[in-house]
Design a protein around this ligand. Structure first.
Ligand code: IVH
Length: 671
């Protein structure tokens, strides 16, 4: 059926709305619609495109994630070579650079633009007729890899530019991953038993080279644009180029500044070095560029580096200091982690007096001893680590570190599972674990109870008011007692109690995360809450049913089952439920349109569907309250079979599970 003008208009409006929402969210960081509305727009668009596949365009927001994995990355020749920068490490070298610029330009009349030097991956984007045609890595500067499919998942990169005169252009910039996101990705890698990334930059690089776009899309890549070339418009300066990039809705870093001379450049570098740790992304210096393009041309380049730009690299984030002592911390699940207490040393913006030693294997491998001098590094994460021991500074009488056999907090004998590197304190009532569980529960990523910080939790615990997280919701009964504790006034107690009260509004996935089930991070909590809909369904679920959920492995499933078998945990959950916390996911309680044919039903998808990609079908099912499982069992309600369905179809038939085809499915969901 050909599309009516009305449908065409509808599709166009939806695409514009989604693009605008992406721009506001990812580029301006000023969203104006909520996730739910966004998902609805996206669903409406993909439904229409499924109905009218001829209308799908390469710049439709639905095309950011493609289902087909890339087999090999093609090579791309860069129209203008992608140069690298020469480095300078101190102010004297910056002055040398400035002298050379002055000599060649034969004038004092020039301006510098100071930008951050992002520690990511340089990428070139080519647009033709307003459409993003290619995204390529730098490679050797002349030829790079075609990573267009992966680049398209980055929502701050426009897939097309509409209207306006500029249609053919190239944008260069840096793909990066925020520090926070890097930590989360590594947490997930660890859970999946996969290799950890060394830092945010390697994560971005590794992600860009993945063959599965779906995995790429799940990793929050980002892009700062810093270079613009176009045959459609005459620009005179670097800053004009940046302005054009902003106009075209690219994300341009807001810290960029134009300055008049090299002393100002120095001031900028010093200023940035001080705030480096506060930035959400990694940088390793400042890039200084001569602003006028005519002057850039005059300066030219030598051996692949331009003479009009220089990188001012921050000092290495390494230092040498002494290990005063090695002590152990006990986490909320009893994990014992050794920590080095260091002679305080100033490193890249802050004073460091502690470094994690991860586990006892690591201490043994690096042979770190108390009294040793060690080289420490401040890496992608905020917690510094010990790189190596300076062996020739070691005292003759030093002795290898001895692993403690008792918990440093409660003195219970430590245990070590055979297949793990960690030692554990097995005592559930160990004070460190008690406090750790409460701290985790109130954390801003969980119940976000502001004002109930570590020191206050400790005080309440000492006073006997707080022994587990369920006690938090009884604290209001002890207001008098709390007011009697030194340093607590009416106002501060009121604030804490209010924060506790408002935490009851937190959605189910946050509550689930707060419970502190081992191996259940924020993302897994979301996945579980979405798939099971309520705590009762999770409590009832078997390990097999949990593993059947996409992205959930046996290790997580085992841990969930174990947690919800434990009476102590079930009791706490009951108390929390009575206190009014949410134990059902929003969509259901907020009257989300549940489709009775699909709600609470388990689907298995097999074979190729004609009008839906598998992820789309999955999303539709989940949005309507159903679940998608990867294997057929007696509990499966429907097997949705496309063409060339294989063994799952056979299994469904043998178990007598209902098999439906695509048209049945459409009827089910339209109901
Ligand atoms: S300009 C010739 N600007 O640094 C101009 N590069 O060594 C080169 N980089 O491959 C690019 N932040 O990956 C430029 N604000 C910035 C940058 C930047 C990071 C990286 C880029 C490039 C490398 C050059």
């Amino acid at each position: 059926m050909p599309a009516s003008p009305e449908i065409l208009r509808k599709i166009k409006t939806l695409r514009e709305k989604i693009d605008d929402a992406d721009y506001r969210y990812y580029t301006l960081a000023d969203p104006d619609i909520d996730d739910y509305t966004y998902d609805k727009l996206m669903k409406e668009l993909s439904d229409l495109e499924a109905e009218y596949p001829d209308l799908i365009t390469s710049d439709s927001p639905t095309q950011r994630v493609s289902g087909t994995p890339t087999s090999v990355f093609k090579s791309v020749n860069h129209s203008v070579p992608m140069l690298s920068l020469s480095n300078s490490y101190n102010f004297e070298e910056l002055i040398e650079f400035d002298k050379r610029v002055k000599n060649i330009l034969e004038t004092d009349d020039y301006e510098y633009v100071c930008e951050l030097k992002f520690d990511g991956i340089a990428i070139s984007l080519t647009y033709q007729n307003g459409l993003l045609i290619t995204g390529a890595t730098r490679g050797d500067g002349l030829t790079g890899d075609d990573v267009t499919q992966n680049i398209k998942t980055i929502r701050s990169i426009p897939l097309s530019v509409r209207g306006g005169k500029i249609k053919n252009f190239e944008v260069r910039g840096e793909v990066f991953i925020c520090k926070d996101d890097f930590l989360k990705i590594n947490e997930e890698q660890e859970l999946k038993g996969e290799k950890l990334f060394a830092n945010a930059r390697n994560t971005a690089a590794g992600t860009l080279k993945l063959k599965k776009t779906i995995t790429v899309a799940s990793r929050p890549l980002n892009f700062f644009a810093y270079n613009f070339f176009s045959s459609d418009v005459q620009i005179k300066s670097h800053t004009e180029g940046l302005a054009k990039l902003k106009e075209l809705k690219f994300l341009v870093n807001s810290k960029t500044e134009s300055v008049n001379d090299i002393t100002e450049v120095k001031k900028f570098c010093d200023k940035i070095e001080l705030i480096r740790d506060e930035l959400e992304y990694e940088i390793d210096g400042v890039v200084v560029k001569v602003n006028l393009l005519s002057q850039q041309d005059k300066l030219g380049s030598v051996s692949r580096s331009p003479r009009w730009a220089v990188a001012y690299k921050f000092k290495a984030k390494e230092a040498i200091t002494k290990v005063n002592k090695i002590f152990c911390q006990v986490g909320r699940i009893g994990t014992v982690t050794p920590v080095a207490d260091l002679q305080p040393v100033f490193l890249a913006g802050s004073t460091i007096s502690r470094a994690t030693l991860h586990n006892f294997d690591e201490i043994k491998r690096k042979d770190i001893r108390e009294g040793d001098y060690v080289k420490i590094e401040k890496g992608g994460d905020v917690i510094p680590k010990v790189l190596e021991v300076i062996k020739n500074k070691r005292k003759k009488n030093s002795k290898p570190y001895k692993i403690p056999d008792k918990c440093p907090v409660c003195k219970t004998k430590l245990e070590k599972p055979e297949d793990e590197v960690y030692y554990y304190c097995p005592n559930y009532n160990c004070e460190a674990q008690i406090l750790g569980r409460i701290e985790h529960f109130v954390h801003r990523n969980a119940m976000e109870i502001e004002g109930l910080g570590t020191s206050i939790i400790e005080i309440f615990n000492k006073e006997g008011l707080l022994n587990n997280y369920a006690d938090i919701y009884d604290l209001h009964k002890f207001k008098k007692e709390i007011l009697n504790i030194e340093r607590f006034g009416e106002k501060s107690v009121e604030n804490i109690l209010n924060a506790i009260e408002s935490s009851k509004e937190k959605p189910f996935d946050k509550v689930l995360f707060g419970l502190g089930v081992r191996h259940i991070g924020e993302r897994t909590s979301k996945i579980l809450s979405k798939n099971f809909g309520s705590i009762d369904n999770i409590i009832k679920a078997t390990a097999d049913e949990i593993t059947a959920v996409h992205e959930i492995g046996p290790k997580i499933a085992e841990s969930v089952v174990k947690f919800f078998k434990d009476d102590k945990n079930l009791k706490n959950i009951e108390r929390l439920r009575k206190a009014g916390l949410k134990f059902e996911s929003e969509k259901k309680s907020a009257g989300f349109k549940i489709n009775e044919n699909v709600n609470n039903k388990t689907f298995v998808l097999t074979g190729t569907l004609e009008n839906y990609k598998r992820e789309e079908a999955q999303k539709i099912i989940e949005d309507l309250g159903g679940r998608v499982s990867s294997s057929v069992s007696k509990k499966t309600d429907y097997v949705l079979a496309g063409s060339e369905a294989g063994s799952k179809l056979e299994k469904a038939k043998s178990l007598g599970v209902k098999v439906i085809d695509e048209s049945d499915f459409v009827k089910l969901i339209k109901n």
